[in-house]
Design a protein around this ligand. Structure first.
Ligand code: GLN
Length: 551
């Protein structure tokens, strides 16, 4: 039987509940327990797949093809274990299940209500991962802030579970903010008191209070919070701002968050935390020996959360290379032929990001042309790979109108086209090519050197593909199609052998990068950027590649 830890948040959003939950999970895992984390989101969308990245940041995709909240990315990056559809549940999905059951007549003529029917379905899903003996501990993060109307059924479900489960099988951690008033030179506990009061009014009593704070919490302050919020003083945990999210597990260990949880849950079988690999990574991260500038070309660059997994993959890959990766955000809409050198000339590598739709497309193509012609290391992900194909078709194959049918359905040369089975689909949610697919890698290719394997598995999220009618033309002109889906033959990787590092992938390698297993393609890309940076001073253009009018 698994034990359950619930993590709620108060005072304000964006306190980093996901990071605290992931850090606690990491510590428990490091002590030898089998842990998983799940996230319950109070919005009505059935999943975040249809949400604009400006609304909710990146959509994270799991192996089984679920489109999920970006916090699942943190869970995987910290724990190094895969999550699935079951790890992310929204209000929309709960209601969809209950309404479908109602239509099937499953409620036998009863009035279907929030309590008990919605809360029963929430509880069923909260307990699901804990069944079957796979995990010792299931951590559940409740999205939103206590007091929100929409999170009420989730808090009510936690209340019922706190009452139904044996005392030692259930624990609630409440994350709050202790603001520092500069004028008064004081940390203020009142918002935390109010937040705990709200939670108590909803029937849930927290066992542990984690306090986000800019300044250290004194013993007196901890006592005060403990007294007013009715928890033990040692259960008031300081979560000070950290220079990197990867420091947080160690900060939580110093505060004994894991031990307090284990005591309350009456878990006696655990060992000292094994965090050797984690600490090694942190050391490399904190003391890099070199640095590179990598341009991230995208259209959501104002919002960092839109590219969360890519940015984190650079952190992992940078540490592996003992190199600080400075990501320079470049808005694809602002890039033109005439300013390409000014905007890209100082970079050591160029990453063209995933994306959807027309906006900023030409800027991405211009950036890729610049990288191809000057020998600047290039890495294209999903839409970035598709744009590399279009750029090559236009400027090397001499097909000036080449395009993707996503942006130009009438194009003369649809080098990127929609898959046949995708053409029949009219619904938006969950209908892309999603989740993990195998990819067979051509021997002696750059991809083979990167992965050191002939068969890999990576995650996908797209509708369009390389159009196989153009295979011969591309290969003849020097673009190597070095990765294919072994069953369907779909092209997964393209590369240019004459270039120091030029690779585009149809899949999303950033989604599988973790602290303990960084994505190999990011590691090699950063390595190539490092080599490029070291070679600077000499000519940046690469022999055998046509010089552009851009430089
Ligand atoms: N819009 C492109 C497609 O659907 C690329 C998607 C992506 O970059 N994730 O194929």
């Amino acid at each position: 039987m698994a034990k359950y830890i619930f993590v709620t948040g108060g005072v304000t959003s964006s306190l980093g509940k996901g990071i605290i939950a992931a850090s606690l999970a990491k510590l428990l895992q490091a002590r030898g327990l089998r842990v998983t984390i799940q996230k319950f989101d109070p919005y009505i969308n059935v999943d975040p797949g249809t949400l604009n990245p400006y609304e909710h940041g990146e959509c994270y995709v799991t192996d089984d093809g679920a489109e999920t909240d970006l916090d699942l990315g943190h869970y995987e990056r910290f724990l190094n274990i895969a999550t699935s559809q079951a790890n992310n549940v929204t209000t929309g999905r709960i209601y969809q299940t209950v309404i479908n059951k109602e239509r099937e007549g499953a409620y036998l003529g009863k009035t279907v209500q929030v309590v008990p029917h919605i809360t029963d379905e929430i509880k069923r899903r909260m307990l699901l991962l804990g069944e079957g003996g796979r995990y010792d501990i299931v951590i559940t993060e409740i999205g939103g802030t206590v007091g929100d109307i929409e999170s009420l059924p989730f808090i009510e479900a936690v209340r019922q579970l706190q009452w139904e489960l044996p005392e030692e099988d259930c624990l609630v951690v409440h994350l709050t903010l202790i603001p520092y008033l500069r004028a008064a030179k004081e940390l203020k506990t009142k918002p935390t008191q109010h937040s705990v009061k709200l939670l108590s009014q909803e029937g849930v009593h927290p066992d542990i209070i984690v306090c986000r704070t800019e300044k250290p919490l004194s013993y007196e302050l901890r006592r005060k919070i403990a007294l007013f919020c009715n928890v033990k003083t040692e259960a008031v945990i300081e979560a000070a701002d950290a220079p990197t999210i990867y420091e947080v597990p160690l900060a939580m260990m110093r505060e004994k968050l894991d031990l307090i949880c284990l005591k309350k849950l009456q878990v006696n079988q655990y060992h000292e935390p094994e965090l050797g690999k984690w600490k090694e990574f942190l050391d490399k991260l904190k003391y890099p020996k070199s640095s590179v500038q990598i341009g991230l070309i995208g259209k959501y660059v104002e919002l960092q959360d839109a590219y969360k997994s890519i940015l984190e993959a650079f952190v992992h890959a940078g540490a592996m290379n003992e190199c600080k990766v400075n990501v320079v955000n470049i808005h694809s809409e602002h890039l033109t032929q005439s300013n390409a050198h000014e905007k890209l000339g100082h970079l050591d590598g160029l990453l063209v990001a995933p994306g959807f739709g027309q906006r900023g497309i030409e800027g991405k193509i211009t950036a890729i042309q610049y990288a191809r012609e000057t020998g600047l290391p290039f890495f294209g992900i999903c839409l970035g790979m598709q744009m590399a194909v279009i750029e090559f078709a236009r400027h090397v194959l001499g097909l000036p109108n080449a395009h993707s049918t996503e942006m130009d359905p009438q194009t003369q040369d649809p080098v990127i086209d929609m898959m046949e089975e995708q053409k029949k689909i009219t619904e938006m949610g969950g209908t892309m090519r999603l989740g993990a697919y195998p990819c067979a890698i051509r021997p002696e290719s750059l991809a083979h050197r990167i992965y050191g394997a002939s068969l890999i598995s990576e995650r996908h999220r797209h509708r369009w593909e390389f159009n196989s009618q153009y295979t011969e033309a591309f290969e003849k002109a020097g673009m190597v199609l070095s990765g294919h889906n072994p069953e369907s033959g779909l092209v997964e990787i393209v590369e240019l052998p004459g270039h120091p590092f030029f690779i585009g992938v149809q899949y999303h390698p950033e989604l599988k990068s973790t602290v303990e297993a960084p994505a190999p393609i990011f590691v090699h890309f950063v390595g190539a950027a490092k080599a490029f940076s070291e070679s600077k001073g000499g000519s940046r253009s690469h022999a055998g590649i046509k010089k552009s009018e851009l430089i």
